[in-house]
Write a protein that binds this ligand. Structure first.
Ligand code: ATP
Ligand code: MG
Length: 723
């Protein structure tokens, strides 16, 4: 058999990994060393050379997009369609498992997935309904706490607070929340994993069946698995299964969401894998790689890797010091324009940032310049209000007990069902232990004719009528009918023409998505109805790119969602202390190291050109803030960087607001102390809240009576003590 097409495009270490006899393997290697490539080739090798059926292969990736790419690449390599292979994210695969065995999993057939926004609302409602003090028990924190327990595999009843009242409080909320979800037939993201884990753990026969079905498990980005995911892999693999894991401890960036990089070590202990290291980087030019290596070297507790490249040194890493965030955006887009003018494509360029909110300015400038762009994970098509409204109707049709969906649409558009009616329904439902829908049908069937019941009955009849044709019609038709009957699109008219138009366009986009939706072979096998599959896809893919393919657009995304991707031209924006590394992380050394790994991930996305930007001023919470360059910029060796504009010298011109005078500055913070009253020529009088740095770098935070809180560089600010 000629297998040269499977081995020729690989180096020796990669070849060894791809062609090893079936067994456990761990590929531990740095960014861009071909881990994902090896995983894809390994799947092709198993099918073609080891004659493993695609039905026996389960591969776990980090996004749905990566999953579909993987499937295509395997098909390209084998030149045959590959059906029945399970490729997806942990959440997607867990969902499929739960669908196939909903009864054993203790879920109703039409169970639905709620996203994190729904989860938050549900918790907030529950906390209010029970009269729990929201200040002491905020829904956000409850959400975080509950998800963290689930990620560790812990049910509410198993939590032991050892008399700690705080934990007891959270536990009670957790318990009530579990009950609510059960009644409504909904599961949140963390629940998908936990439930799928319990399903296999508690059903020996089923577990054996799946162990036999999937003797080959392959996992990309292993360093970002959490406890329950690792438990799942262990259980599914059993004593016989073969696990092929690839990862990079330096790219573990989801610790804040429960990922445990220790799983790499656990895997080595538990599975005794054959470990292979890949040391050649194929992605980045020499200087980019050297810069990334230099920065990550500042972390301790690394497993340690060598990473080299054959590629030429290439360009130096550019560092741009912008006056402010607008200047930063102008510079970045200007550079992209030059790139395009030079004959390169727009989609070769990516702008990466720490938080989603940073995308707005870049979008504005891109729009003004007429450069097409796409925000990946930012716009969240499926999280927009109008889309969620329409989907909530579909949810309700598919499972009327879904209380979140019921509450969302019972009076959207306005049909005269007021808060009082809804709260009566809530009480009825809570007393009888039934869903809101059941309570509503009950009220309507009593047949007296109060006004509340007239409008409520109209709603109940509408849903019941739409439900009748549920299984006989295509989703697209169903959705169209639903939009007509409810007149949902006009509901947004009151928001003004422009906004309403966007919302209509989005609803049309949803219709298009519904029309073109096809049940995949794998989902069909798992017994999903088209509507259930469509809704699940909407929930699972929210936060990834919007529906369409990536055509020639500049890519905007957070550094987190850039994981695993690569671009010839990469901008990392907002490299300022407090923004990146993020303020929250600066106090905790573990968190700071995670930020540094994030920096490593961001930098290693670049193939040819890497531009790091920071702004000297940035508006945060309405106030102008003087920003210090990120410590990661300081960690960049001088010989690898090219400063596009010298930093502070130019800043003075544009920071007049804060730096009224360059002369007569107070060098050093020596004469100032916390709590001291000071006066500033422009801002007036205030009190010093904070002092940082010393000599020329000394900065103080002053709370001015008129102008509010500001950070000032002492040597510029010309502050005078007020006695
Ligand atoms: P990350 O850690 O960022 O996920 P990775 O280790 O998964 O990176 P890949 O994305 O698989 O790396 O590979 C990086 C780039 O190098 C890709 O463009 C890939 O096609 C290329 N590449 C990998 N191995 C080889 C090889 N042996 N010859 C040529 N190109 C290669
Ligand atoms: Mg990869």
């Amino acid at each position: 058999m000629d297998v040269s097409h499977l081995l020729d495009p690989l180096n020796d270490a990669q070849r060894e990994a791809v062609s090893a006899p079936p067994g456990n393997q761990m590929i531990l290697a740095g960014a861009g060393s071909g881990k994902t490539r090896v995983l894809v080739y390994r799947i092709a090798w198993l099918i073609q050379v080891e004659h493993v059926s695609p039905l026996s292969i389960m591969a776990v990736t980090f996004t749905n997009k990566a999953a579909s790419e993987m499937r295509h690449r395997v098909q390209d390599l084998l030149q045959i369609p590959v059906r029945g292979m399970w490729v997806g994210t942990f959440h997607g695969l867990a969902h499929r498992l739960l669908r196939s065995h909903h009864e054993l999993a203790g879920l109703p057939e039409g169970f639905q997935i709620i996203d994190s926004d729904d989860q938050y609302r549900l918790l907030r409602r529950l906390i209010r309904e029970r009269g729990i003090d929201e200040n002491q028990w905020p829904a956000r924190q409850a959400q975080w706490w509950i998800n963290a327990r689930k990620d560790e595999g812990q049910r509410a009843h198993a939590v032991n607070g050892f008399g700690n009242p705080a934990i007891d409080g959270w536990q009670q909320i957790y318990q009530a929340y579990e009950e609510q979800c059960r009644l409504a037939g909904v599961v949140d993201f963390a629940e998908l994993l936990l439930r799928a884990h319990e399903l296999l753990r508690d059903n020996e026969a089923l577990l054996q069946q799946y162990r036999q079905r999937f003797p080959h498990l392959l996992i990309d980005e292993f360093q970002d698995t959490n406890a329950i995911q690792y438990g799942w892999i262990r259980m599914l693999a059993g004593p016989q299964g073969h696990v092929f894991a690839v990862g990079d401890d330096d790219q573990s960036i989801y610790g804040w969401r429960g990922a445990r990089v220790e799983n790499v070590q656990f895997f080595v202990n538990d599975f005794k894998p054959h470990t292979i290291r890949l040391e050649q980087n194929y992605r980045s030019s020499g200087n980019i790689l050297a810069a990334a290596n230099a920065i990550i070297a500042n972390n301790d507790d690394r497993l340690g890797k060598k990473l080299w490249t054959d590629a030429a040194d290439g360009e130096l890493v550019q560092v741009y010091s912008a006056y402010n965030e607008e200047d930063e955006a102008e510079f970045v887009i200007g550079q992209i324009q030059l790139w395009i003018d030079g004959g390169r494509r727009a989609d070769e360029a990516a702008i990466l940032y720490r938080s989603n909110a940073q995308s707005r300015l870049f979008e504005q400038v891109l729009m003004r310049e007429g450069i097409p762009y796409r925000v990946y994970g930012g716009l969240r098509f499926f999280e927009r209000a109008e889309i969620k409204d329409a989907l909530a109707y579909l949810h309700l049709l598919s499972n009327p007990d879904n209380d979140s969906a019921f509450e969302r649409v019972v009076n959207t558009p306005n049909r005269g069902i007021g808060e009082r009616t809804i709260s009566q329904l809530r009480t009825l439902a809570a007393d009888a232990g039934v869903s809101l829908w059941q309570a509503a049908t009950e009220v309507c069937s009593r047949g007296d004719s109060q006004r509340m019941q007239v409008s409520l009955r109209r709603f109940v009849d509408l849903i019941a009528e739409l439900r009748e044709t549920l299984n006989s019609e295509e989703i697209g038709l169903q959705l169209r009918k639903l939009l007509d009957c409810t007149d949902l699109p006009s509901h947004y008219d009151k928001e003004g023409q422009e906004k309403a138009e966007t919302r209509r366009e989005n609803l049309n986009e949803l219709l298009r998505a519904a029309d073109s939706f096809r049940l995949s072979y794998e989902d069909e096998q798992a017994g999903l109805s088209p509507l259930a599959a469509f809704l699940a896809q909407a929930a699972l893919e929210a936060g990834e790119a919007q529906g369409e393919e990536w055509d020639d657009c500049v890519q905007l995304m957070t550094m987190h969602s850039a994981k695993g991707l690569e671009f010839p031209l990469v901008f990392v924006a907002g490299m300022e202390e407090g923004l990146f590394p993020h303020q929250r992380s600066v106090e905790e050394s573990g968190d700071l190291q995670e930020e540094r790994r994030l920096c490593y991930v961001a930098m290693t996305r670049a193939r040819e050109r890497l531009v790091l930007c920071h702004a000297e001023m940035r508006r945060i919470y309405g106030g102008q803030n003087l920003c210090r360059p990120s410590r990661f910029l300081r960690e960049l060796p001088g010989e690898l960087k090219h400063e596009v504009r010298p930093g502070l010298a130019a800043a003075g011109q544009n920071t007049q607001a804060d730096a009224s005078s360059h002369s007569g500055g107070n060098a050093g913070s020596g004469q100032f102390e916390l709590g001291q009253r000071v006066s500033h020529q422009k801002f007036g009088e205030g009190v010093i809240l904070n002092i940082e740095g010393r000599d020329a770098h000394a900065r103080v935070q002053v709370n001015f009576e008129q102008a509010g809180c500001k950070w000032l560089v002492l040597s510029y600010a010309n502050l005078h003590p007020v006695r």
